[in-house]
Design a protein around this ligand. Structure first.
Ligand SMILES: Cc1ncc(COP(=O)(O)O)c(C=O)c1O
Length: 403
């Protein structure tokens, strides 16, 4: 069985100038925007008490994003907030709530606009969803290997969407080129590169709503602070949003944050393993069931936050995610069920492997994961691809050869 790789973070630190992006105040502003959207509700924070006992830890909380605005994943939080901030700036306002944003008056003022983006599925669906509500257009590029249901979800939101020959990074370039040739358009991309940092920063703040809700829900459950947080990474925007929010919330003694990537696209892990402070790029076709994590180049702002604050980077083979899906979908008696897709369940799978399997004992000890630990994880998507979901959960594809 292919092993899960791990590196304890010993990267050289920087001036940490990006951490303020995820300050409590800025995240609160994003949460206020989201709560102005009709149908907004905090997603559930599932407490898996029996699973925690089974894994030898004190508590396990899973933020279940399977029903965020009815879209099956957390991603819409980022695209919708970034679009709201972009339009506010464009029309000279400080901030915009949903009602004003979707008003006929604002549409007239803004004119016909096109939002371009690249996506594995979830982000593009969120951008298409937001564009439709604003009466605007969305054009979405998807990497080779994207599945039909993921494409269909985006088309169903009225966007133009195509599956391209290249990988995610190629699609990001396609979106940027297409926008450059289209008047009244903008790229709403969930990753940052040199010179393109403002919009992905808003996207990260939008993801902050999920972390904000989780922190509040934990407090209501009597947990002041989780000892550990497991969060997954594609380009790292989500992970850095979560990491950044909790590092700001608990500056003196932040929780230990563990970053889980798909081993086929482990650009952050490779950067951590190299140890020189630079990130690495994974090129070519990326083969993994974790479509949302199949990104070979990191968000440069996210990388800076992660290397300054995260405890550990994991490189997870597909069996880790598959096992996480089954563990969450068929819980121990008395625990709630969490329907979690491939990219959503990798953290559960990773936590279980580290706490259960002897080969990860050294890591378990390095992270001090023990009977005192209270772990927060994020199931970032539900059953977003029913065909694959059944192949894994019903038919047992990608088994963990253990025992
Ligand atoms: C379900 C899901 N989880 C996690 C991620 C990772 O987010 P990021 O690319 O910001 O690291 C994605 C990205 O698309 C996703 O769709």
């Amino acid at each position: 069985m292919e092993r899960m790789g791990w590196v304890i973070n010993q990267l050289p630190k920087t001036d940490d100038c990006h951490l303020a992006l995820m300050s409590e105040e800025r995240v609160r502003q994003a949460q206020e925007f989201h709560s102005s959207i009709p149908g907004y509700a905090a997603t559930p924070l599932a407490s898996l008490r029996n699973m925690a006992g089974y894994l030898g830890i004190k508590g396990l909380f899973v933020k279940d994003e399977s029903n965020r605005f009815g879209l099956g994943a957390f991603k819409v939080l980022g695209g919708s907030y970034a679009i709201s901030r972009f339009i506010a700036e464009k029309t000279g306002r400080a901030a915009l709530g949903y009602e004003e944003l979707t008003s006929a008056r604002l549409r007239e003022e803004l004119g016909q606009f096109t939002f371009f983006t690249a996506t594995d599925g979830n982000h593009g669906r969120g951008v298409a969803w937001a564009a439709r509500r604003l009466g605007q257009k969305a054009v979405v590029f998807m990497p080779k290997g994207s599945t039909q249901p993921r494409l269909q979800h985006i088309l169903d939101e009225g966007a133009k969407a195509t599956i391209e020959e290249g990988n995610y990074d190629d699609c990001v370039r396609l979106a940027a080129d297409a926008a450059a040739q289209t008047p009244n358009s903008v790229v709403i991309q969930d990753t940052a590169w040199e010179g393109y940092e403002l919009i992905p920063g808003w996207i990260m703040q939008g993801y902050g709503t999920m972390a904000w809700e989780a922190a509040l829900q934990l407090r209501l459950a009597g947990v002041k602070k989780p000892s550990h947080i497991f969060v997954q990474a594609g380009v790292g925007s989500l992970a850095a949003a979560v990491q950044g929010y909790f590092a700001n919330l608990f500056p003196q003694s932040p929780p230990k944050v563990i970053i889980a990537e798909a081993s086929a696209a482990d650009c952050l892990y490779r950067g951590a393993a190299a140890g020189d402070g630079g990130y690495r790029i994974v090129e070519g076709d990326i083969q993994t069931i974790m479509a949302g994590l199949a990104c070979g180049s990191p968000n440069i702002v996210a990388w800076d936050i992660l290397k300054n604050h995260s405890a550990c980077f994991l490189s997870c083979p597909d069996w880790v995610a598959a096992r996480g899906m089954r563990m969450l979908g068929v819980p121990l008696k008395g625990d709630p069920t969490v329907i979690s897709g491939e990219s959503g369940a990798v953290c559960m799978g990773a936590l279980a492997a580290i706490t259960q399997f002897d080969e990860y004992r050294e890591l378990r000890e390095a992270l001090a994961l023990d009977e005192q630990s209270v772990v927060l994880t994020f199931s970032t998507e539900g059953n977003t691809d029913p065909h694959y979901f059944r192949r894994i959960v019903w038919d047992g594809k990608f088994p963990a050869e253990i025992g």
